[in-house]
Design a protein around this ligand. Structure first.
Ligand SMILES: Cc1ncc(COP(=O)(O)O)c(C=O)c1O
Length: 427
């Protein structure tokens, strides 16, 4: 069938890049190839057992729940933000959805304004804006500033048309770079957002995976205009459960309510058993503190080791401060790659997958120029359950040594060595 009746905003759009690489990797695996999956950004860690138990206990929950979410869960999420961030909030401020991705889409749908995002940015913000028909404005970043957006760049953009409605997305710890912001930087960004009355969508889905557990929400400095986005997918290892949360200030209830209207006419409500189980996750407690301590310690150690190895062979890559990503720049190998017919980040990632079985994502899907030869590596191809158990046996004051990583995260380490060897072969 020809696609002539497709909505113009959707025509020609490919499926989300992270899902495509996953399918491609699966296909190669089925063909008997060894594939290292550093493409899809999925937590390597298991869902904490108390949350799994709660899901089992609530399998019988069959009724549709209120569109904004289960009241106990909304309350638990508000308490969590209050505890974690010192934000004064209540269950009324919370909207539960089937993944924060869906909530972001609905936000863009109901709010008429430009979408302002840094480059690089997570793969789905821009396609969502395209589907809805919003303007996208990219904010440049550079390696010297570890790919973080500056208040000056936001100011420069807003000055051109001060009264234009805008949503700016600030995502930290960041996908794809692992970067985060210092307090002073958050204050300055918040001040510009306030000056231009921008809606600040603070995507803090990796907040709990700040490698030192020191995440601070920008909402502290611009509460009236900030929506905090979060969920179970990353810190709780439950991406497939599909549960996301938005926290609104009272001044933005009109947005929350408009989103609830769309939710009521589309997905109705988030899955009931998942919501009951999520209450346990947001209640927190010792089990979760331990789980997060070990998750962070493992991620910090891998991030550090991989960064060192890559920098040593001339790849430009900022050391991650949170989450499980590295954003690599291969410019130093540009001439050698050109000699091999590789002229774009897509060429590079395809060739790397074919030659070594290592799957990573091209920088172009994060809003970088194709010719830049950049890519995102998700350092998650290891058995998180095994690694957590092993980390629990090592005293808390110690950091994890290379021996630990070679034993418990060997697939990721091997994949990195394959990348390094492949690049050395280019020279
Ligand atoms: C930066 C960022 N934001 C949002 C999401 C969406 O998460 P979910 O829809 O699972 O809540 C992801 C998932 O990869 C992400 O990396």
């Amino acid at each position: 069938m020809p696609d002539i009746n497709l909505n113009l905003n959707v025509r020609g759009l490919p499926q989300s890049a992270t899902l495509v690489i996953n399918e491609k990797s699966k296909l190669l695996t089925q063909q008997g190839r060894q594939v290292y999956r550093l493409g899809l950004g999925q937590s390597p860690f298991p869902v904490p057992q108390p949350v799994v138990d709660e899901l089992k206990a609530n399998a019988h929950q069959k009724d549709y729940l209120p569109v904004m979410g289960l009241p106990e869960l909304r309350e638990a999420v508000a308490n969590y933000h209050c505890r974690r961030e010192g934000i004064d909030c209540s269950g009324n401020d919370v909207l539960i959805g089937p993944g924060s991705k869906e909530l972001m889409f609905i936000l863009q749908l109901v709010y008429y304004g430009d979408l302002v995002i840094p480059t690089p940015s997570w793969v789905s913000y821009a396609p969502q804006a395209k589907i809805i028909g919003r303007h996208i404005r990219w904010l440049p970043t550079n390696l010297a500033n570890e790919l973080r957006v500056t208040p000056e760049e936001i100011e420069k953009l807003c000055q051109q048309d001060p009264n234009r409605p805008r949503i700016i997305v600030l995502n930290y710890p960041n996908n794809p770079s692992g970067a985060t912001y210092r307090l002073e930087e958050l204050k300055q960004i918040a001040a510009v957002a306030k000056k231009y009355r921008i809606i600040l969508l603070s995507d803090e889905i990796y907040g709990e995976l700040h490698h030192k557990g020191q995440h601070v929400s920008i909402s502290r400095f611009y509460p009236q205009g900030t929506v905090i986005s979060g969920g179970l997918s990353k810190w709780c290892g439950a991406g497939g459960w599909r549960l996301g949360t938005f926290l609104f200030p009272r001044s933005l209830y009109w947005l929350r309510d408009a989103m609830a209207v769309v939710a009521s006419e589309t997905y109705t409500a988030t899955s009931a058993p998942i919501q009951y189980a999520a209450v346990r996750a947001f209640q927190g407690g010792d089990y979760f503190s331990q789980y997060l301590f070990h998750s962070r310690r493992i991620l910090r150690a891998i991030g550090k080791q991989l960064t060192r190895k890559l920098q040593k062979i001339g790849i430009a890559v900022p050391e991650p401060k949170g989450a499980f990503y590295l954003f690599l720049n291969f410019s130093a190998f540009k001439d050698e790659m050109k000699a091999q017919g590789i002229e774009s980040s897509e060429d590079f990632c395809n060739r790397l997958l074919e030659d070594t079985g290592v799957a990573i994502l091209p920088g172009s899907v994060f809003g970088r120029r194709s010719e830049e030869l950049s890519a995102r590596l998700a350092y998650v191809d290891f058995d998180g359950h095994e690694a957590l158990e092993a980390s629990q046996k090592i005293p808390a004051y110690k950091s994890l040594e290379n021996g630990f990583l070679n034993q418990y995260c060997h697939r990721t380490i091997t994949a990195l060595n394959l990348i390094c060897d492949w690049l050395s072969g280019c020279k």
